[in-house]
Design a binder for this molecule. Structure first.
Ligand code: 3HC
Ligand code: NAI
Length: 701
């Protein structure tokens, strides 16, 4: 026995307890401990029933992700699960917290499962580029049926205890202590002769006539939604095997497919994304035990697109919000917008009318700054003008209680200048939400020159309250995400002048994996948005920095995107479905002609390199300037805010996986061909020369 798994006997019941904080992952010592405990229980003639449970905050959260890519160590997880299933003494798993991945698979190997009423169970392997590799694809369909198993395995989304009960994944729910509940159930097993019941031997749930249809529909849907993703088709193939092969053969096929996934570049990328997201919370110069301020009441200033979305993010988390607008009319509009957003969720069926009313009760409209005197956090989301922000922050400084956190949602202004409008710059921080703020997971937390540790830690802590990902960034124009996307968007436009069409450029980047093409994205956000910024840039940029003119041409022709029904694409009334717009090509041809560019056919690879390498080169500059702490932070921003494909790990991980020397060679070529815009980032040159990766670098190395 080892310290990760304890074995004890209470009368005729053996209790096997996993104790491997923080999440009871199935590392080598746990697998070994489980096997020894099982052997002991089997060999002990006094034992007639087994209970598997976990100490700490959760049941087993899965295989130990840190072991992936390392040489395997016996016993393997499938061996452990099979050993549980083959036990000739009945066995119950008592689940609390989350039983995920290998954790659920171990529980499926047990003969009975009971779950705390707030527990969740799931097979999230697909999110790590894997498939359940310890029998999950064979056993879950045998309990829950093919439709539910496919849904859970292909999406990776866990289900709550009530759903698990409904779909026969667990047998009973309990309240209170898992240990007591496990013992009670085991006593019942003995009293009522609930004997061995092996999941692998059950076939009733597999007998539905429409399994083949379910599988082919899922396959088609997945190909449409996730082209290029490696593990989802293999998840489906493994579940399909459960419908036609005996258990042992199904398990064999599952194992082979699992190993293919384990060896894939996509698995490495997704595991990188998993750890990068958790790493974001570790901040240079901010000790883990830094005190945080309590945030129980929030004020939001400005009830436009962002203000309302931000307010709803807090309301959704149960935090009351006061929303301040300039006039009664503007306030009424803002509150109506909030109601409309919820009403759309009610119509879609994702929110009940009752929950909508409860949430709206947490949202209060105000017009007077004195109403914000007691708020713990105030987030400004007024027009993007330093002068308007000055007025707001000077007033906040006068009315807010000492210790209140004053935040700005500015997307491009200098946070230090905003902080200087107050007498308490240490309490000022940027909270850059993404639109729509109530939906998008990302928040860039902008650390100003004077932002104090407590305020930064409190702002980062919001990610838990709001269930978002927060990434610390430094002050510069556009911070991390928008500063990089500017380079990407510029290249996408230049490509249109060189000979590309909006359809082709978008299709190439979607094929690469981007959730949306840059031109469709522009149509969505409105082509006019950057018009004034571009005019300003033309005046301020040094020579040698040519700007594309395509967007201006479209704006001059009244093509503003979805809002006007026509942009790079055209849209039927009420539809968001882009259709080719015949007005665009002549405008592109005119732009090319004016610049003396002979239009030519562009390859998809070239399109991707131009756009993605522009992101990478800027990302390298951002790292070197210390605007982002580490390359993983940049990746997290791109995965959560810009639709970058998770299975490529983010732009910086993607660069690492290509090899920085290869990226640099292309950037150098573009530099020679197109000029100063493409000057290679010194950090890219340095790391490429040293044969290193972004992931191995930090500011102090
Ligand atoms: N292996 C190793 N470490 C893990 C882990 C795992 N499976 N799951 C979480 N951790 C670590 C995290 O990295 C983090 O470490 P840190 O404190 O050093 O940053 C710590 O545990 C706590 O994790 P969270 O911050 O995520 O804690 P939460 O309470 O927010 O969430 C959780 C807990 C829901 C369990 C979440 O951690 C999670 O989703 N984990 C991954 C679950 C998963 O994907 N399981 C499947 C693994 S693959 C598998 O089982 C293959 C099998 O089919 C063969
Ligand atoms: P918006 O124009 O939709 O809303 C601004 C709101 O602020 C309006 O309702 C206006 O009445 C109100 N307002 C103006 N001055 C005010 C004052 N002095 N006091 C109270 N309310 C006032 O603008 P949007 O898009 O919501 O942007 C707000 C801020 O968020 C800007 O700083 C913008 O850069 C930033 N941002 C915008 C994003 C977007 O996608 N729209 C994304 C991220 C940040």
């Amino acid at each position: 026995m080892n310290s990760s798994v304890t074995y004890e006997r209470q009368g005729e019941i053996a209790l096997i307890t996993v104790n491997n904080p923080p999440v009871n992952a199935l590392g080598h010592s746990v697998r070994e401990g489980l096997l020894h405990a099982l052997q002991e229980a089997q060999g002990d003639a006094q034992v007639r029933a087994l209970v598997l449970l976990c100490s700490g905050r959760t049941f087993i959260a899965g295989a130990d992700i840190k072991e992936f890519g390392k040489p395997p160590q016996a016993p393997s997880l499938p061996e452990v699960v099979n050993f549980f299933e083959q036990s000739d003494k009945p066995c119950v798993a008592a689940i609390h917290g989350t039983a995920l991945g290998g954790g659920l698979e171990v529980a499926l190997g047990c003969h009975y499962r009971i779950a705390h009423h707030e527990a969740k169970v799931g097979l999230p392997e697909v999110k790590l580029g894997l498939l359940p590799g310890a029998g999950g694809t064979q056993r879950l369909p045998r309990l829950a049926g093919v439709a539910k198993a496919l849904e859970m395995i292909v999406s990776g989304t866990p289900v709550d205890a009530a759903q698990a009960l409904k779909h026969h994944i667990v047998d009973e729910l309990f309240e209170g202590d898992p240990r007591a509940a496990g013992i009670t159930f085991a006593q019942r097993m003995l009293a009522e002769s609930l004997g061995v019941r092996r999941t692998g031997e059950q076939t009733a749930a597999l007998n539905a006539a429409d399994n083949a249809t379910l599988i082919s529909v899922k396959r088609a849907e997945m190909e449409q939604r996730m082209p290029g993703a490696f593990s989802p088709p293999r998840c489906i193939a493994a579940v399909e095997a459960a419908t036609r092969l005996p258990l042992a053969e199904g398990l064999q096929l599952e194992r082979a497919l699992f190993k293919e996934c384990l060896a894939s570049e996509q698995r490495a990328a997704l595991v990188h994304a998993f750890f990068a997201e958790r790493q974001c919370g570790h901040i240079d110069g901010l000790p883990a035990q830094t005190p945080v301020r309590s945030i129980e009441r929030v004020g939001v200033i400005g009830g436009g697109t962002m203000g309302v979305g931000i307010a709803l993010s807090f309301v959704n988390a149960g935090v009351p919000v006061k929303l301040l607008e300039v006039s009664g009319q503007a306030l009424k509009r803002a509150l109506q917008r909030a109601r409309d957003i919820y009403a759309a969720s009610v119509t879609r069926g994702s929110l009940s009318r009752e929950a909508m009313e409860q949430r709206l009760e947490l949202l209060h409209g105000v017009q007077d700054y004195s109403d914000l005197a007691e708020e713990d956090l105030i987030i400004e989301a007024v027009f993007e003008s330093l002068e308007v922000k000055r007025q707001v922050f000077e007033r906040l400084d006068r009315v807010c209680k000492p210790g209140a956190i004053l935040a700005s949602n500015t997307s491009s202004l200098d946070l230090d200048a905003i902080a200087a409008f107050t007498s308490r710059p240490q309490d000022v921080v940027g909270l850059h939400f993404f639109s729509p703020a109530n939906v998008m997971r990302l928040v860039e937390v902008v650390r100003g020159r004077h932002t104090c540790a407590e305020v930064l830690a409190s702002a980062m802590g919001l990610s838990r309250t709001l269930q978002k990902v927060a990434v610390v960034v430094g002050v510069c124009d556009g911070f991390v995400g928008n500063r990089m996307i500017f380079q990407y968007g510029r290249e996408a436009e230049f490509l249109l002048e060189e000979g590309g069409t909006p359809e082709q450029v978008d299709a190439a980047l979607r094929k690469f994996g981007m959730a949306m093409g840059p031109n469709a994205m522009r149509d969505l956000s409105g082509l006019d948005i950057g018009w004034s910024i571009r005019k300003r840039q033309r005046e301020t940029l040094p020579g040698g920095y040519p700007l594309p003119t395509v967007l201006d041409k479209l704006c001059e022709a009244g093509l503003f995107g979805q809002k006007s029904g026509r942009g790079f694409y055209q849209y039927a009334p009420g539809s968001r479905q882009p259709q080719p717009n015949p007005e665009v090509l002549p405008l592109l041809e005119a732009a090319s002609r004016e610049k003396g560019i002979e239009r030519r056919v562009l390859s998809d690879d070239y399109i991707v390199e131009r756009c993605i390498f522009a992101l990478i080169n800027e990302g390298a500059k951002i790292l070197e300037e210390g605007i982002a702490q580490r390359s993983g932070d940049v990746d997290v921003i791109y995965l959560n805010g810009y639709g970058f494909p998770a299975w490529r790990g983010g732009p910086m991980f993607y660069a690492d996986s290509l090899g920085l020397d290869k990226v640099l060679a292309r950037v150098q070529e573009f530099h020679e061909r197109f000029g100063a815009w493409w000057k290679p980032a010194p950090l890219l040159e340095k790391l490429a020369a040293e044969g290193r990766r972004f992931a191995d670098w930090n500011l102090n190395s």
